[in-house]
Write a protein that binds this ligand. Structure first.
Ligand code: ATR
Length: 276
């Protein structure tokens, strides 16, 4: 019996139990995936208590992706690179932290648009929070030429770029410059919560300069099609949806726990109906 779960605050609206129960059913495994809403004022005690339970692993979400680190025994390179953990596994050597957010994003994007990951691709990230960091470092490990970051607070974009130790070119700028230079990019990725329900309708930048055929991605998955994506579609863009990343990062976590090789695409139709 697998014993899995999610820690965070809040966790009530999470899709993870549905995804992981579906993955267990697909792989013929029995188990549970429970939600643990840990109050911030009691986090230190609650997490130590949880780590003593007979669990195989769990996911970690906001606001504990960094706070969990001192409680773990080891970090995988994905978690070291990001300084954040979204997946924890019990091993013979103790609790190990991983991060599947960035790779989940990049693989869901390249599964849909394989042409993205090639020398010469120019990518623009909008935002500089935890999600942007994860996606940025995962993109640096792929074969792209340029990954720029635009953010309302430019210093946060600069701080991320200063950690780039690769040959991939990067520049930081503000959102107004991003609007003006949109035509220079092959891929534009919205990584903030702007436009997330209940703030449907908000968009982080205007897409007036967007060229037909640009790939536009939004990590927000409620609503499934944000106004940002609807506007991009109207300009002839190719779309990539937040729920595709959500499913892929969950599949990678499940692989880490179970050493199975689940098929994300087989779940996609039912997952989309569930989200609507
Ligand atoms: P997380 O780590 O969960 O991604 P975060 O650190 O609060 O969250 O980052 C949120 C991102 O959304 C930031 O890039 C933030 O811009 P600032 O760095 O300037 O704060 C961006 N963001 C949030 N609300 C925004 C808004 N109304 N317009 C533009 N950017 C916004």
């Amino acid at each position: 019996m697998l014993k899995l779960g999610l820690i965070g605050h809040p966790v009530g609206h999470s899709m993870s139990p549905w995804i992981h129960h579906a993955l267990m059913a697909q792989q013929g495994l029995e188990g549970s995936y429970e939600l643990f809403d840990l109050a911030p004022e009691a986090f230190e005690e609650s997490i130590e208590e949880l780590l003593k339970q007979p669990m195989d692993g769990f996911n970690v979400t906001v606001p504990y992706k960094e706070k969990i680190i001192p409680h773990l025994d080891h970090l995988d390179s994905s978690a070291v690179a990001l300084g954040a953990v979204n997946t924890v596994k019990r091993t013979d050597e103790g609790w190990v932290g991983f991060n599947t957010d960035g790779t989940g994003f990049v693989h869901s994007l390249s599964n849909r648009y394989p042409e993205v990951i090639q020398p010469g691709t120019r990518i623009l990230l909008l935002g500089s929070g935890g999600a942007a960091r994860g996606i940025y470092f995962a993109l640096l490990n792929s074969e792209v030429e340029q990954v720029d970051i635009a953010n309302r607070t430019v210093a946060r974009a600069e701080a991320i770029i200063n950690e780039n130790k690769t040959e991939v070119r990067s520049r930081a700028f503000d959102l107004e410059s991003a609007e003006r230079h949109l035509a220079e990019y092959d891929v534009v990725i919205q990584t903030t919560t702007v436009g997330m329900s209940p703030n449907d309708g908000q968009t982080i930048i205007s897409l007036t300069q967007l060229q037909e055929g640009t790939i536009v991605s939004d990590i927000v998955y409620r609503p499934m099609e944000t106004t940002f994506l609807t506007e991009a579609k109207a300009k002839g863009a190719k779309l990539h949806f937040g729920h595709e990343m959500l499913l892929q990062q969950a599949v990678y976590a499940f692989q880490i726990w179970t050493d199975t090789n689940p098929d994300a695409s087989a779940l996609m139709d039912t997952f989309e109906r569930k989200l609507k």
